[in-house]
Ligand binder design. Structure first.
Ligand SMILES: NC(=O)c1ccc[n+]([C@@H]2O[C@H](COP(=O)([O-])OP(=O)(O)OC[C@H]3O[C@@H](n4cnc5c(N)ncnc54)[C@H](OP(=O)(O)O)[C@@H]3O)[C@@H](O)[C@H]2O)c1
Length: 324
């Protein structure tokens, strides 16, 4: 048996409770990981509230860090004893999780445990959307909305490391300050300034790529900031899923709108992305080129407080839970 945090009904943070459940048994091609820490994500808040379904198996958790304790036949790559970050479809809120071997990212020894737990979901999201969907090239201008959020801060730093000129948006002095600390060269306070006006004032020709977390209602505003042949990549619908778009304007720019959800990608694509992120992004985290910012750390027994903190407007960066 092992401990796992699960949702008991739908609602606020206090529906998350710790249960004793059977330890998962890895299938062929999978490894069993002793989880030492896991990061919280917006998806789990949506699951907790009943906006989206809880994960299969009932234990939430899209990312963790830990050590491999068992491998099954066909589990190529990680060996028993290896330290790994894991991209999961669920199951991370527990002492142990079974995962496809290819979903494991090698975590260099010099990356702190708590920071490592904050990386897999945000890094794979940032990589997939900037590199594959946005096709960011060196010298291009990239606007990252919510650059002080979990995905946004990784994405803003990754875009800079890819050679782009990055513009980040955040709300309030503390979050704007954090973006500057993370060497985001242009930061707009979206609570105080009109983002589109500020962007076009500084870059009258528009930006090449926008990473958007707002969704439908922000479509027109985002397209209005694109340069010719620009790419709008939508990763979130925080302002809502539905919006209007003047396709004539889009065509006039030769621009593209794309979107995706990591959770909907098939296993083969996720495994390929993990390999790329392991090779290209984790070394940058290890060298300090990309800094995962952690707002707060809780023990597993403090999972309710961790969920409450995740939703606090002053949170800056990731919330991480350690299993101790
Ligand atoms: N497509 C995928 O595969 C995928 C994967 C992971 C996450 N996501 C989605 O990506 C989004 C971000 O996730 P996360 O884990 O980074 O969440 P997070 O840490 O809660 O970050 C959300 C960010 O959104 C910002 N924000 C809120 N209103 C905004 C506005 N009007 N304009 C610009 N930014 C605004 C917040 O900025 P302030 O804090 O400055 O207010 C915050 O930094 C969520 O919608 C999540 O569901 C998608």
């Amino acid at each position: 048996m092992m401990r796992a945090a699960r949702f008991h009904g739908q609602g606020g943070p206090d529906v998350v409770r710790i249960d004793e459940v059977p330890r998962p048994v890895p299938a062929p091609g999978e490894v069993l990981v002793r989880v030492s820490a896991f990061g919280l994500n917006n998806a789990e808040v949506l699951q907790r509230r009943g906006v989206v379904p809880a994960p299969a198996g009932g234990v939430p958790g899209l990312e963790c860090v830990g050590r491999v304790v068992e491998t099954r036949a066909g589990a190529d790559g990680p060996a028993v004893g290896d330290r790994v970050g894991v991209l999961l479809r669920g199951g991370g809120y527990a002492d142990y999780v079974a995962a496809p071997a290819g979903a494991c990212l090698p975590v260099p020894d010099d990356v702190d445990e708590v920071k490592a737990a904050a990386v897999p979901e945000a890094a794979v999201t940032a990589w997939w959307n900037l590199v594959h969907r946005g096709r960011v090239r060196s010298g291009e201008r990239v606007l990252v909305h919510g650059a002080a959020g979990g995905v946004g801060m990784l994405a803003a730093q990754l875009a800079r490391e890819l050679g782009a000129e990055v513009i980040g948006t955040a709300r309030g002095a503390a979050k704007v300050g954090l973006c500057r600390q993370l060497k985001v060269p242009h930061v707009i306070d979206y609570g105080a300034d009109d983002v589109a006006a500020a962007v076009l004032r500084q870059f009258p020709g528009g930006v090449d790529v926008i990473l958007d977390n707002q969704g439908g209602p922000a479509l027109e505003r985002n397209v209005g900031m694109l340069a010719p042949l620009g790419r709008l990549v939508i990763v979130g619908t925080q302002a809502g899923p539905v919006g209007e778009l003047d396709v004539g304007r889009l065509m006039g720019l030769g621009a593209e709108v794309s979107s995706s959800s990591l959770g909907k990608l098939d296993d083969a694509r996720r495994v390929a992305l993990c390999a790329e992120v392991g090779e290209r992004v984790l070394p940058l985290v290890a060298s300090g080129g990309i800094v995962p910012v952690v707002d707060s750390v809780f023990p597993l027994s403090g999972i309710v407080a961790a969920h409450a903190r995740f939703e606090h407007p002053e949170r800056i960066g990731k919330v991480v839970v350690t299993t101790g």
